[in-house]
Design a protein around this ligand. Structure first.
Ligand code: 48F
Length: 264
């Protein structure tokens, strides 16, 4: 016999435990596109406590739709080691251009990241940040449904040692921080430099270069990195997104491991 109330209680209790246990983390990632997912995979694999918040019901961001809904993605040579590690299959189109099925790419990446320990809360949006002494120390969260409906409902908060803005073109967390500390971002102008027009070759290189700390405690990865530091967009080529996620993870791992060594 199956009892509907037991089913409901199981969901409520398990979800409550999961949320409550993850209100403090080493790293909070905002946005579950390719960059955020890869960062989450590498950080979780290194046994850090990592929580991801994604506004939509599904994670994967802009990767599902390939280019203009043709659901194949292009990845260049230098990102193939990441596809190999994740066991995402690809085929050579011509030298330095490889294609992968976008559905296999998103689902495999999601599975590997979850199994490595990444905790994902979907349908939750970061609407603000916690700040202490000029440092980002966490996120202010609300249900996406509340946000979309425009309801007046107060949010909840979580604390993290580092936050990654992986919100893509919108670069939402950086925008929130910029409003509080105008002129003090770690960009050339101190402001958000803004995304430039499409230039795949340059954009892919810059995505990696621009993946870094933009304010104390806050890193940018993926398209958010270029939107913050003034790089161009790149279109449906994903090597830069994958490598950016990996770089963000390794920069933060370095910091966490140094702090652990210093006993802080
Ligand atoms: O846009 P998205 O896929 O970001 P990405 O990882 O990858 C960019 C590529 O998809 C593509 C491209 C590649 O060549 O240019 O655009 O940089 O994923 C961003 C995710 O963040 C979520 C959003 O729903 C999407 O799934 N997101 C955005 N703002 C918030 C958020 C927020 N405030 N809270 C939670 N999730």
């Amino acid at each position: 016999m199956l009892d509907e109330v037991v089913i409901s209680r199981a969901i409520l209790q398990r979800f409550y435990e999961k949320l409550s246990e993850n209100l403090e983390a080493d790293v909070a990632i905002v946005g579950g596109g390719p960059a955020g997912l890869v960062a989450g995979y590498y950080l979780s694999k290194s046994r850090k406590k990592v929580v991801m918040f994604e506004r939509k019901l599904s994670i994967g961001g802009g990767m599902w739709g390939g280019g203009m809904l043709f659901n194949e993605i292009v990845v260049q040579q230098d990102a193939l080691p990441i596809l190999d590690e994740l066991q995402i299959r690809y085929r050579e189109f011509q030298p330095n251009y490889y294609t992968a099925d976008s559905v296999e790419a998103v689902s495999t990446l999601t599975s590997k990241a979850s199994k490595a320990g990444l905790i994902v809360f979907n349908c939750m949006s970061a609407e603000d940040v916690l700040m202490r002494k000029d440092r980002v120390t966490g996120l202010v969260l609300n249900w996406s449904a509340v946000e979309i409906a425009g309801l007046h409902v107060d949010p909840l908060s979580m604390r993290a040692r580092y936050v990654i803005d992986a919100t893509g073109h919108a670069t939402e967390v950086v925008h929130v921080v910029r409003k509080k500390v105008p002129g003090r971002l770690l960009t050339e102008s101190g402001e958000i430099e803004g995304e430039k027009s499409m230039w795949s070759d340059r954009a892919e290189a810059l995505t990696l270069e621009n993946t870094r700390e933009v304010f104390s405690g806050l890193y940018v990865a993926g398209m958010a990195a270029n939107a913050t530091f003034g790089g161009p967009r790149m279109g449906p080529i994903f090597g830069g997104m994958l490598r950016s996620g990996k770089k963000a993870a390794s920069l933060i791992l370095e910091k966490l491991d140094t702090q652990a060594g210093e006993g802080s």
